[in-house]
Design a protein around this ligand. Structure first.
Ligand code: ADP
Ligand code: MG
Ligand code: MG
Length: 930
């Protein structure tokens, strides 16, 4: 027979799937010898059985449960309904994956009229007993019987008003008794039955309620957001009660073994004296901070700290624990891995490795790319903050800077958020019912609740900023506004919240980039990652400033230096680069064919063709006098020194590292004025007859623009095709590159230039470009009397190039996958057109598993890459292969690059730290010889 119920003594932490996270850990801690109130667990499988049977309890379950109740009675010496020693238990849900606040707990089960009377005699504490009973009736009616909790709480509130008191603990025992009586009456009125007195009946109903709570909407929403499977089910924990509400030497609390917000190695948490656990989590009364307990009750603090350390060392992970003190005795009720901010995650991992609790590899593995991303996210500009109006200050519950419209209701937030607006959820306090709005919010602001309130916990889990317990603001949810110091913020008004400081500002506060240099622990973790990883991490940068930034982030070179911007005007330069490009294009109509003819003759001459030699010589002289050719050449020559200067700056910034420079790859028409503009000007000039000379110029321009016009520019005269059609263009670039390299080398800078030809599709293109560029480079070196290693390679971004990589590698000395174009061309999708129109819709509908422009499509594009690597290295075994598309900064794509044996990934400077980490993860998960 299948075992459906496990005693705490029978399980361990490895059994989370079967016993749920809470149960498995309670079992583990029981074995560890900690003070855990005894209990048993009904398995998650039983919950699934229950649903599969359409909400029917499996045969034999109750018998098994009763046996465990009997065993529990023996262990504790207490009995359900026994006036001499009544047993009370809690019924707690516990899914395999932690779902904070998602499933409901029933406390004080076993309570009834008879037990209450008996307990008063036993404890002599009438207040406590009626308080426990009141809580039980409230929870049972709400959680188990599905009644409005508020209606039951209202009865308690009325008694408080009648007695003229505010706090729960100030109500008299008479008042509490009256509350219970009123609640039982209400129960009878609503449910047409007496409040159940039989503890076993209470237990059976509660167990079923926990099962059912697995499927309530808020639990389903949470699972959907977190990607948790519906098929896991929840376990049910039945546990002997201990009482935190037995007076002022009792209490309930929660603690993190280290700070979940910044990782500091100190107890972090809260304790509420004379209260049951629900009070702390709900954030009803303001609890005392454990940091303050340190000075107020050092003995208790030390006891907590000792247990925290023991449990943390045992689990080798920062823990989030729940505890209750009953008349001075400390009980542990729960432990789990603590949710934490990115900052805390990184510090805790690094500190634990340094403390020897985990290894450096484990520390690196525990830090997620997302953690790094979040830490390096923009924060508010301190200057901007000084100028902004500070509205209020609350608790710094989850760090980060958020700006958005204040919205006071979850559904409204969901509506606006999904419409693409930045919103901030503002609530008195959040509950799991607000999750749909919280998902789309930039951050949360709550009036009540502490560092462990729902909003704070969710915010840290999702990496969203949160300011909690901001008591200065007065929220009016009925009117969708809050007021603070005479200012009213209405729905839709923009506010800024700083979750790191708890500040709330009026309006939009500008953000600044974080300081990587100051992130000690992150830098340490990334240094460890560098030792682990097999892949190199380079950066995409095309100016000295980005190069320096990327270097600071840990890039070991430039994997893609684009050169297009070097053809556009730069501020403060005496000549217009663009004008020169334009001139080149204008004169190319006549000049380019002539120069190509010369090239062809010279090539033939080189093979020893005497006639060609003679013809070439004649043509050369002729062309040196041709006005069009002269102008064309002059335009290119004008550009050269400026480009050389650009490259010098970049080489200097990348001293010691390789710099892979891609030759020009633009649609040429981008350098000319737009066609529409020219048509308009020509038409105007023709009509007015004003300026015949200008008209002539514009007409010529228009003529050229039209001759360059392409139906499909993405598939037109791009990449190496430009170099092949405009003689001298890429030669000019290579001359600039090599002269810059020579100049820098003379200054003592260590340069490794690599020249990359874009958009190659056929080996012949590669051969042709290679031959002429190699000659230029060597001439520069020869003139400088210098030797220097340099490489000429190509991007692989057209499927044909990948398919014929063995051929292409005969000429290309390195490959770099341009996966943006490769993805476009493999899918036959124009990214610019598709992403805004149908692509994301396809992803939404599951027609595509994800956006292939973000994550490499392993089956299609990836197959081409794999083939490209294999074929390329078949020709040239030591072929250096990298990636420089946007995928180079995406962790899942980086793993793929590792798997297919690339040498490096190259990504934007800000992604470099993430790429270093992801590359280390790839190696840890799929080790290979480096
Ligand atoms: P959640 O999954 O929402 O955290 P729990 O099952 O942990 O719910 O219960 C919430 C709180 O109820 C606990 O933090 C604890 O303080 C209190 N609680 C649960 N079981 C017991 C018990 N056996 N004795 C005393 N307090 C309990
Ligand atoms: Mg709960
Ligand atoms: Mg709990």
């Amino acid at each position: 027979m299948m075992k459906r119920v496990y005693d705490f003594k029978e399980g361990n932490k490895g059994m989370k799937d079967l016993l749920g996270g809470k149960g498995a850990n309670l079992a583990e801690m029981t074995t560890l010898g900690l003070e855990i109130p005894p209990g048993f667990i009904i398995t998650t499988k039983t919950c699934i059985e229950f649903f599969e049977a359409g909400g029917k309890v499996p045969d034999g379950l109750w018998d098994e449960v009763e046996k465990h109740v009997a065993a529990l009675e023996r262990t504790t010496g207490k009995k359900f309904g026994d006036p001499k020693a009544p047993l009370l238990v809690s019924v707690r849900s516990g899914a395999p994956v932690s779902m904070p606040g998602m499933m409901d707990t029933v406390l004080n089960l076993g309570m009834n009229d008879k037990v209450a009377e008996a307990m008063i005699k036993l404890t002599g504490d009438e207040r406590f007993v009626w308080d426990a009973y009141r809580r039980f009736v409230t929870m049972f009616s709400d959680v188990v019987m599905g009644q409005e909790r508020h209606d039951f709480e209202l009865l308690f509130e009325k008694v408080k008003t009648k007695e003229g008191v505010k706090g729960d603990t100030e109500v008299s025992s008479k008042g509490l008794k009256e509350t219970v009586e009123g609640q039982k009456k209400l129960y009878k009125k609503l449910l047409k039955e007496e409040f159940p007195q039989d503890p076993l009946e209470q237990l059976r109903r509660s167990v079923m309620a926990v099962f059912n709570s697995w499927n309530i909407p808020r639990a389903r929403t949470y699972r959907r957001v977190e990607g948790i499977s519906d098929a896991m089910g929840t376990a049910v924990n039945v546990q002997t009660m201990v009482f935190g509400n037995m007076g002022w030497d009792s209490g309930s609390g929660v603690l993190f073994t280290r700070s979940p917000s910044d990782g500091t190695n100190e107890l972090f948490g809260e304790l509420l004296f004379n209260a049951q656990g629900e009070d702390v989590v709900a954030g009803i009364r303001t609890p005392i901070k454990l940091a303050d307990l340190h000075t107020q009750q050092p003995k208790l603090y030390a006891e907590l700290k000792a247990i925290a350390e023991k449990v943390e060392r045992h689990y080798r992970e920062m823990q989030d624990m729940e505890f209750t003190i009953e008349k001075g005795k400390l009980w542990i009720l729960q432990t789990r891995d603590g949710k934490r901010t990115a900052r805390s995650a990184i510090k805790v991992a690094v500190d634990m490795a340094k403390e020897g609790i985990i290894t450096e590899e484990e520390a690196v593995k525990r830090i997620t790319p997302n953690n790094v991303d979040q830490l390096l996210h923009p924060q508010f500009d301190p200057e901007g903050k000084k100028k902004a109006t500070l509205l209020a200050k609350g608790l710094n519950a989850s760090p980060g800077a958020a700006v958005g419209k204040a919205i006071f209701n979850a559904d409204r937030a969901e509506e606006l958020g999904k419409g693409g607006e930045d919103v901030i959820m503002v609530r008195p306090e959040t509950t799991p019912d607000d999750v749909n709005g919280m998902v789309v919010s930039q951050g949360f602001l709550t009036q009540h609740g502490g560092g462990t309130s729902h909003a704070a916990v969710v915010a840290r889990g999702w990496g969203k900023p949160c300011v909690a317990g901001c008591e200065d603001i007065k929220i009016d949810t009925a009117r969708n506004l809050f007021t603070v110091g005479g200012i009213t913020i209405k729905e839709g008004d923009v506010i800024s919240i700083d979750g790191a400081t708890g500040e709330v500002f009026l309006g939009r506060v500008p953000k600044v980039d974080p300081k990587f240099e100051e992130e000690k622990e992150l830098i340490q973790a990334l240094d460890w990652a560098d030792e682990i990883k097999a892949l190199g991490v380079l950066t995409n940068a095309d100016n000295p400033e980005d190069s320096r930034r990327a270097r600071m982030f840990g890039a070991k070179g430039i994997g893609l230096c684009r050169t297009e911007h070097m053809f556009f005007d730069q501020e403060g330069e005496e000549i217009s680069r663009r004008e020169n490009v334009q001139n080149m294009i204008l004169h190319s109509e006549v000049a380019a064919p002539l120069l190509r003819q010369l090239e062809a003759l010279e090539a033939r001459a080189e093979t020893g063709d005497e006639e060609a030699k003679k013809e070439a010589k004649e043509l050369k002289v002729k062309l040196s006098k041709n006005k069009e050719v002269v102008e064309y050449r002059k335009a290119l020559a004008n550009l050269m020194p400026f480009q050389r200067g650009d490259f010098e700056g970049i080489f200097e910034a990348m001293d010691g590292y390789p710099v892979i420079i891609r030759l020009i790859d633009p649609p040429m028409h981008e350098f000319l004025p737009p066609r529409e503009e020219l048509i308009e000007a020509v038409t105007r000039l023709r009509c007015t007859g004003e300026n015949p000379k200008e008209l002539e110029e514009k007409e010529h321009l228009l003529h050229v623009v039209e001759s360059l016009w392409e139906t499909n520019p993405m598939l037109g005269l791009r990449g190496c095709r430009a170099g092949l059609m405009y003689p001298g263009l890429t030669e000019m670039q290579v001359q600039a590159i090599m002269e810059a390299a020579v100049n820098e080398a003379k200054k003592g800078v260590v340069v490794h230039p690599e020249i990359m030809i874009p958009l190659t599709s056929h080996i012949n293109e590669m051969h042709a470009e290679y031959a002429k560029l190699h000659k230029v480079a060597q001439k520069v070196l020869k003139d400088a009397k210098m030797s220097m290693k340099f490489k000429i390679g190509t991007m692989i971004e057209i499927p044909r190039a990948a398919l014929t990589a063995d051929e292409i590698a005969k000429s290309a000395e390195f490959f770099s996958f341009g996966t943006n174009d490769l993805t476009q061309m493999t899918f036959g999708i124009s990214r610019d057109d598709a992403e805004g129109k149908f692509l994301l819709n396809f992803v939404d509908r599951g027609l595509l598993p994800y956006n292939p422009f973000q994550v490499i499509d392993r089956e299609g594009v990836g197959q081409l890459m794999k083939m490209g690597v294999e074929k390329g290295r078949a020709t040239r075994p030591d072929l250096e292969v990298g990636i420089c598309g946007e995928h180079g900064g995406d962790p899942r794509s980086i793993e793929f690059c590792h798997l297919i044996g690339l040498n490096y990934v190259s990504c934007s400077p800000y992604r470099v730290p993430i790429a270093r980490l992801a590359a280390a993860h790839a190696q840890l998960n799929h080790p290979k010889k480096k």
